[in-house]
Design a protein around this ligand. Structure first.
Ligand code: ZN
Length: 478
């Protein structure tokens, strides 16, 4: 098989977290009872007039500035005309010739370093209603009509299905960090369509592309796009050709299927929205928005690597949400060993969160208590093994580790005389193994350590057991 180059461009829609809709005062809450959050404006009644929601503009600008994009201080809303049952006006208010923003770059950490995905355009528009189908009827819920949407379009620069997945994941993180959207793909707050094409390596012209829709879960994105890439390569390899069309991801059969073949791109007959004047933004206001932008995921990753000397992999896991990152930092500030904190969070803490389906702030183990537990290990009060037991009790009761250690008598045994006594007993109970050890089976050292730990109910300091046992055996050998 010859080598092919994959080219993917993504078009992403983000629902903005405003109180009210983008052009009317209806609540921006489409999970309410069907079509109850509606008014003449979002139902497209003749004679009703849209009024722009300033908060939606602010949230959109926050995103554009955060990703280093340029804002057009004068932009224009346009009517995008098309007919669809969930669009009562017969057009969608969007932006076309003079959109709110352009350019900007999103950094993603790939397996071989980092890549910067360049953005083409970023604009504001309104969402349509949502159709749903019951056994004997088709219905439309107009609650979603007029929900503010941010449309983000990338340049065709994404080189693999995996990179597309990483990019989408990063977009989700950024909108959550910026508190402009829930980023919840399963609920439709973040939606993604992809343009996919392949070309033989070295060819200059782009291959014919297909558009893949219905990527409504972050888990499907990589699967669907790699299926589509392979489908196109197989077609070309067999001497066939790719047809320009729109395809849907069929999650039940794990493949993309034809939705409609598109001879030419549809003509939306855009024209400037006559009911809304051009949107003019004040530079001072934009500076205020810029000043309030929080630290972004990639900046946090770099800072964690720098300040806490943890691997980039750890930093990426720990910064997956702002709350988890805060939990790590609060704990690490109370410990001398940030890598231990990272290990504990990536194993026991995240496992508990998964089991309880909880967020870091709901955990019964506070950062202070986790730090206390880790410090108990670091200063030799308890072994790492017993610490896991203690953690389980902390997660259940919310108690501090010191309290549990004292109540259950779990302090590590560091009294050398007690450990020597246990070693002596173990060696005298195992004369045959001892002989094998001296005959050269040095692996039995671990067996003796295990027996000593068993005898002390796991409480002897493993470090001291190893040291004293080694001295003792070396002494006997000599
Ligand atoms: Zn309304």
């Amino acid at each position: 098989m010859s080598a092919y180059e994959t080219i993917i461009g993504l078009e992403i829609h983000v629902q903005l977290l405003t109180e009210t809709k983008i052009f009317c005062a209806c609540r921006n809450q489409f999970e309410a009872e069907t079509s109850t959050n509606t008014c003449p404006v979002c139902l497209g009644m003749p004679g009703s007039l849209p009024v722009l929601n300033k908060k939606a503009v602010e949230l959109a600008c926050r995103f554009i500035l955060a990703v280093g994009g340029d804002i057009n201080t004068t932009s224009v809303f346009a009517r995008k005309n098309y007919f669809y049952p969930d669009l009562p006006k017969g057009y969608q208010i969007s932006q076309h010739e003079l959109p709110l923003g352009k350019s900007g770059t999103i950094r993603v950490e790939t397996d071989d370093g980092t890549s910067g995905v360049k953005l083409q355009g970023i604009h504001l528009e309104e969402d349509a209603g949502k159709s749903f189908h019951l056994e004997d009827s088709s219905n439309i819920d107009f609650n979603r009509c007029g929900t503010p949407l941010l449309e983000i379009v990338t340049m065709p620069v994404i080189k693999s299905a995996h990179e597309a997945y990483l990019f989408l994941n990063r977009i989700r993180q950024i909108v959550q960090y910026l508190e402009i959207s829930s980023g919840d793909m399963e609920k439709g707050a973040l939606r993604c369509d992809a343009n996919v094409s392949v070309r033989p390596e070295g060819q200059h012209e782009y291959g014919i592309r297909t558009e893949v829709k219905n990527l409504n879960s972050i888990r499907y994105v990589e699967k669907a796009l790699s299926y589509e890439v392979n489908r196109q390569i197989n077609l070309l390899e067999q001497g066939g050709f790719v047809v320009q069309e729109t395809r849907l991801w069929d999650e039940n059969n794990n493949r993309t299927v034809t939705m409609r073949t598109k001879e030419e791109s549809p003509d939306y007959r855009y024209f400037p929205e006559p009911d809304l004047p051009p949107m003019k933004l004040d530079n001072e206001w934009l500076e205020e928005i810029r000043d309030a932008i929080p630290e972004l995921p990639h900046q946090k990753i770099d800072r964690f690597v720098r300040e806490y000397s943890i691997p980039q992999y750890d930093a990426a896991v720990l910064t997956s949400t702002v709350n988890l990152a805060d939990y790590f930092e609060q704990t690490a500030k109370l410990c001398k060993n940030p890598k231990q904190v990272s290990n504990w969070i990536m194993t026991e803490v995240m496992k508990t969160m998964k089991d309880e389906k909880s967020d870091p702030e709901d955990l019964k183990v506070s950062p202070k208590n986790l730090a206390g537990l880790i410090n108990n290990i670091e200063n030799g009060t308890i072994s790492g093994k017993i610490a896991k037991e203690i953690f389980a009790e902390m997660a259940f009761t919310g108690k501090e580790s010191d309290e549990i250690i004292a109540a259950r008598g779990l302090q590590q045994i560091t009294d050398k005389k007690v450990i020597e006594q246990a070693i002596k007993q173990v060696l005298s109970e195992n004369p045959a193994n001892l002989k094998r050890y001296f005959d050269g089976q040095e692996k039995l050292f671990g067996y003796f350590v295990g027996q000593v730990m068993k005898k002390t109910e796991g409480k002897a300091s493993p470090h001291l057991v190893n040291q004293i046992l080694k001295d003792k055996l070396d002494g006997r050998k000599a």
